[in-house]
Design a protein around this ligand. Structure first.
Ligand code: WQD
Length: 340
């Protein structure tokens, strides 16, 4: 009997890639999304990659009754919760919108999971570590005061999951992502930022394709080897495969604690400048960029110690930065061909 996974926010960048990997690993997947932050591109791409229509439910998880009805309609063995707003800067300007949306939606998912005996996998973020004193960070590294309402919602949702596991005998895993980049090798799904991209790689690819005039590199005067910030850029397919390992760990009853946290990163620090140079080299493109002032709130250096995920999930990032940047560029070219 195939197990069923509900992917909330499944029409988005990470949700769609996780859906593909889950299906290819033998799970049945129900995609639920309110489509507030994406269009049908990735859902159609997922169906094209899998050569079949997946069950899709248009649901706003802030609607408790609608969220619960999903768990009544389908027998859900595990839910992966992606449905949330995720723009750091926007969250500073609109804290109420972020707290209501990101917290209400997860609380409704937890309530429904509790009453239906469903395992919960939460999409967390390395942002919970703030500016680490000595990277790489392990899961035991202290969380630091959130620097944005967005980051605060990630910390609060981790605590909601932890407390529900303790109180109600549920099982939950939080995956702390570092910087997901790239696109599926088919170039049928990828990152679809709305408006001007906040994140580095979509800004690079949009500059390379001519949608943006010039990439601004936010600061090259940091005390780092080349003066630009250091990050742990992880391929989106590697990230998606970590979710399959985590869901399988829960469903197969292999968890050692009822609440577990894993860093999902490569363990490889790469600077902004190194990433730009790698993009130019692998795609044979000269990128138009300038050095701009530092961006407020930016962390100077953070990367993962991914040893725990390797040991307990049997997962390790496999793809090189070059391979990932080639996939990001192929996706941007596909979007341009489609007039997007
Ligand atoms: C990376 C580096 C920028 C854009 C954020 C969220 C995090 C997660 C990933 C959701 C920084 C520099 C960027 C540009 C630049 N999101 N940069 N020019 O800030 O590490 O993480 O996205 O979970 O929670 O905080 O990612 O891609 O925005 O920036 O120089 O046009 O690239 O200064 O050093 P970040 P990012």
């Amino acid at each position: 009997m195939k197990k069923t996974v509900l992917v909330s926010g499944g029409a988005g960048f990470i949700g769609s890639h996780v859906t593909v990997e889950l299906c290819q690993a033998g799970y049945d997947v129900v995609i639920a999304d309110n489509m507030s932050n994406c269009d049908e591109t990735n859902y159609k791409g997922v169906c094209a990659i899998l050569s079949r229509q997946l069950p899709f439910e248009k649901v706003d998880f802030c609607d408790a009754a609608a969220a619960n009805a999903l768990f009544d309609k389908y027998h859900i063995d595990a839910v992966i919760h992606f449905a949330a707003f995720k723009a750091v800067g926007e969250s500073v300007a609109e804290p109420l919108m972020y707290y209501k949306n990101n917290l209400d939606s997860f609380l409704n998912v937890l309530e429904a999971a509790r009453s239906h005996g469903t395992h919960v996998l939460f999409s967390s973020s390395a942002t919970v570590y703030g500016e680490p004193d000595n990277p790489p960070v392990t899961e035991q590294s202290p969380r630091q005061e959130a620097t944005s309402p967005y980051g605060n919602t990630k910390q609060m949702c981790e605590d909601f999951l932890r407390d529900c596991v303790k109180a109600y005998g549920m099982h939950g895993i939080a995956l702390r992502y570092f910087n997901p980049i790239g696109a599926h090798p088919s170039a049928l799904i990828g990152e679809l930022p709305r408006g001007v991209p906040n994140n580095l790689v979509p800004y690079i690819t949009q500059t390379a394709i001519g949608k943006r005039e010039c990439l601004s590199i936010f600061g090259n005067d940091y005390p780092t080897p080349d003066g630009t910030c250091l990050r742990d850029f992880i391929d989106i397919v590697d990230l998606a495969q970590a979710h399959v390992c985590a869901v399988t760990r829960m469903i197969d009853g292999k968890m050692e604690e009822p609440y577990e946290i894993f860093n999902v990163g490569t363990g490889r620090p790469v600077s902004v400048m190194e990433l730009v140079n790698a993009f130019e080299k692998v795609n044979k493109i000269k990128l138009n960029y300038r050095i701009a002032p530092r961006r407020p709130g930016d962390v100077m250096a953070i990367w993962a110690d991914p040893a725990l995920a390797e040991k307990k999930l049997g997962w390790k990032a496999k793809r090189s930065v070059e391979e990932t940047l080639a996939s990001a560029w192929a996706w941007e070219k596909r979007l341009a061909e489609a007039g997007k």
